[in-house]
Design a protein around this ligand. Structure first.
Ligand code: CEZ
Length: 793
């Protein structure tokens, strides 16, 4: 049984409070604004990234590291960047720190509060109450920290504290730091290392200073990590054993921002200290930040703005289901995570095209204009031969980097998949006629023609067997050696292509292009035929055929015997008929399912398979190599829901949302769905379920879609709203609110065992079909749906 005090949920505002600083050491929360992402653990460790325009950081570890994209399973260690506050009660001679690290002395009381707009800690220790808060201002790249200290004793006491923020080793070329009394800030300078002469010009606008501004003048300070730690360590820095810090600048050595204050406190007295930590171009911008924000009123105003911003992240769906865990996650955190993706593009200037489109797909249910822009932006970068690039450039200086330099063959397939959601949601078919240029030509064409060309591109990517060539990867990035010689094919991509053709056919019908519609629907049927001819293996679908002609993902394989995606997508594209459905569900249940959800493949690869690629070199049970990869799990649950396999779909959804029974094992709280939980239960049972703690994931767009369109069954269509709730059989009822095309729908679903078919009433009037026209409809509607008793399997 879970420890009841591990965390509590506040259903009114969504806040989560953690009551133990060590039970889930990696439990944390994240805050962001348009340029900055701050991810903090309950113990005080921090990861921060900002865009200039590429991701950079002003607070790093002790060693110079190559910078890559955000990584899963980030490890923490003493000396890892953090926001640390050391305390010393000199009379009673005891020391502690907040939030918890680096002194790691257990507090009498600990509470870490995760709100949507603020992270805060309340700590009680012996004679003191410490309140610590951080929020991000809307328009500055900076962290606003406030520290309140209260003497809870009945006599005057003195407390010395040291606010200590890592700056870290940032440059082997040039780095230094010192306290600037005229600014009231400790300021570090660096030159970001570079080699190419051309980079000199590019780096001119970099924010090369890191500052820790303090509202109060510190008694003392040190800017040198060497001086701070001395012969001690982070738990017991030598400099803190002396009366005062040394006022030591960092002169070509690792800088640190440590400011020390000693204050007397009357009984019950509370004193507040405010700090701003961030990167800056120069002293004048630091001074401006101080003048604009560093005061009680300045912080209060920016906190209020952050709160208002968080309030705008109102989900367009609100659930009151029988499942409290689901309600809490959906009503408070799911849309926030979708919006994080929609607003920040996962902190890249060249998001992978499939990520960019799916992240925008999630935004269709929150702010469809974002999807509209994403489509226009993507198609303006399409080549006139129909090819869609691997990444979309979002900044004039952006370049295709890392994974986007590897040819993947799936990007075009996401266009109709995501466009269909937008059109269903908005009925904005005019978008299909928007005129857009190409990356390599000034000639403009209507949006529908762009997509039609993209479909042609996918069709031209079929081999003589009528299967999709995989090139150096499909949705699965590291499956890079199945088809690098130009012959290997992907079952998943063939299915995605077939589904894409179908959706495009339907959209062509909608804009009155029946010939095109027929053509693409026929192509989809042909493709489904070859998918079944080549990939169906008695009980499940294979994953692909290698360059050398080896079919893999089959019962014959010792490793990578079954993959989840081809099962889900065979359902989505209609290749799998109702005869195959039970086999698929059984195979997934038998070979892939774990207590934390379905694995992406099993058994995991334990050695390099040169005809599959980099995927097989990933650690078994991690990421694409057999974890519960949540994005793949989300495809599966969505596909199950579409098939009416409501109980199975719900069980997968349920497994993705962390709860008190598994949060210790996972190492995270239910404030996000991560990109994976570790799999490989046979090899590493003790690590099963460990969360990647990476909240960049296409999962959330699909989960939101499944909840709105499938669970609640409120899906937009040409005529209006298609109403078909699909409740798990153990739910007697569901209440939900959804805004859709300017209307508010209050949905009440109940069961009526006397019925053999659903009965729908709209504002008390019986609806004969399941489609509700919006014409002349009141802006506020009550939808009463009575479902027959759930069918027994
Ligand atoms: O990246 C994701 C991609 O962002 O992997 C997914 C893919 O569909 C997403 O577009 C599945 O492959 O090894 C790699 O190159 C992987 O591509 C990873 O980097 C993976 C990360 O887990 C980040 O989310």
């Amino acid at each position: 049984m879970p420890t009841p005090s591990l965390y509590t949920l506040n259903d009114d505002n969504g806040d989560i409070t953690v009551h133990d600083s060590t039970a889930v050491a990696t439990a944390g929360g994240y805050l962001w604004n348009h340029r900055l992402l701050l991810n903090m653990t309950c113990q005080g460790y921090a990861n921060v990234h900002f865009m200039q325009p590429e991701p950079a950081s002003y607070s790093c570890g002790p060693a110079l590291e190559a910078k890559t994209f955000l990584q899963p399973e980030h490890q923490y260690y003493p000396g890892h960047p953090g926001r640390f506050f050391y305390f010393h009660d000199k009379q009673a001679d005891y020391r502690f720190s907040a939030p918890y690290a680096p002194v790691n002395a257990r507090h009498d009381r600990f509470a870490f509060d995760i709100k949507k707009h603020q992270l805060s800690w309340t700590i009680e220790h012996k004679h003191w109450r410490i309140e610590l808060c951080v929020h991000l201002p809307q328009h500055e790249v900076a962290e606003f920290w406030s520290l309140s200290i209260t003497n809870t004793d009945n006599q005057l006491r003195t407390l010395q504290h040291c606010s200590c923020f890592n700056i870290g080793n940032q440059s082997w070329m040039n780095q230094s730091a010192t306290y600037e009394p005229t600014l009231g800030a400790l300021v570090a300078n660096k030159v970001t290392p570079y080699q190419k002469t051309a980079d000199y010009a590019k780096q001119q606008h970099y924010l090369e200073q890191t500052y820790l501004l303090s509202e109060q003048v510190p008694d003392s300070w040190t800017a040198s990590l060497r001086d701070f730690l001395g012969e001690g360590d982070w738990q017991q820095p030598q400099s803190l054993l002396y009366e005062e810090l040394d006022r030591e600048p960092a002169i070509y050595e690792t800088p640190l921002a440590a400011l020390q204050f000693s204050r007397d406190y009357l009984p019950g007295e509370r004193q507040c200290f405010r700090f701003v930590f961030g990167p800056a171009k120069d002293h004048s911008s630091i001074r401006r930040i101080r003048d604009d924000h560093l005061s009680a009123a300045g912080f209060a105003a920016s906190l209020e703005a952050a709160l208002q911003r968080a309030r705008q992240w109102q989900p367009k769906i609100h659930l009151q289901s029988p499942d409290d865990k689901l309600n809490h996650f959906v009503n408070h955190w799911l849309c926030r995570q979708v919006i994080y993706h929609g607003e920040t593009q996962r902190l890249t200037t060249d998001p992978q095209t499939r990520n960019y489109l799916q992240d925008a797909m999630g935004m269709c249910f929150i702010d469809p204009a974002i999807m509209r822009t994403a489509l226009l932006t993507t198609l303006a970068q399409q080549h006139s031969n129909g090819e869609v690039p691997d990444g979309i450039l979002l900044h004039p200086d952006a370049e295709l980097k890392y994974i986007n330099q590897i040819p993947h063959s799936d990007h075009a397939a996401w266009l109709p998949i995501c466009l269909a959601v937008y059109i269903d949601e908005t009925a904005d078919t005019e978008l299909m006629f928007a005129s857009i240029g190409y990356a390599d030509s000034t000639v403009k064409a209507p949006l529908w023609l762009h997509i039609d060309k993209a479909m042609d591109y996918l069709r031209n990517n079929l081999d003589e067997r009528n299967l999709s060539l995989i090139a150096e990867g499909d949705w699965c990035d590291p499956m890079n050696m199945v088809g690098h010689q130009g012959k290997g094919v992907s079952a998943w991509l063939s299915m995605a292509t077939a589904w894409s053709f179908q959706l495009w056919g339907a959209l062509c019908q909608r804009i009155n292009k029946p010939k095109k519609a027929d053509y693409w629907l026929q192509q989809a049927r042909r493709l489904n035929q070859s998918i079944n001819d080549y990939f169906w293996q008695d009980s499940w679908y294979a994953r692909g055929i290698t360059d050398a002609g080896r079919t893999f993902g089959t019962p014959k394989d010792e490793e990578g015997q079954i993959f989840l995606n081809p099962q889900s997508w065979a359902l989505l594209c209609g290749a799998a008929d109702s005869d195959k459905l039970p086999h698929i569900i059984h195979a997934v249940q038998q070979h892939l399912m774990t207590a934390h959800g379905p694995q992406m493949l099993a058994p995991p690869y334990t050695r390099m398979h040169q005809d599959i690629g980099r995927l097989t070199q990933k650690f078994p049970g991690v990421a694409e190599n057999g974890s519960v990869y949540c994005h793949a799990a989300a495809f599966y649950l969505y596909a199950l829901w579409q098939q009416g396999k409501t109980d199975e779909a719900f069980a997968v959804l349920d497994s993705l949302i962390t709860d008190p029974s598994n949060c210790r094992q996972r190492g995270q709280l239910p404030v996000y769905i991560p990109n994976y939980f570790r799999g490989a239960p046979q090899l590493y049972p003790q690590h099963l379920g460990r969360s990647s703690r990476l909240f960049n994931t296409g999962t959330v767009a699909w989960v939101l879609r499944a909840i709105v369109e499938e669970l609640c069954g409120l899906k937009g269509c040409e005529e209006g709203l298609h109403i078909q709730p699909k409740l798990p059989s153990h739910w007697p009822s569901l209440t939900a609110t959804r805004t859709f095309r300017g209307h508010r729908f209050d949905l009440r679903v109940t069961r009526n065992t006397a019925l053999s078919a659903p009965k729908i009433q709209v504002n008390g009037q019986r609806l004969k079909t399941s489609v509700l026209s919006l014409e002349g409809l009141a802006t506020h509607c009550v939808l009463d749906v009575q479902l027959p008793a759930p069918q027994k399997e």
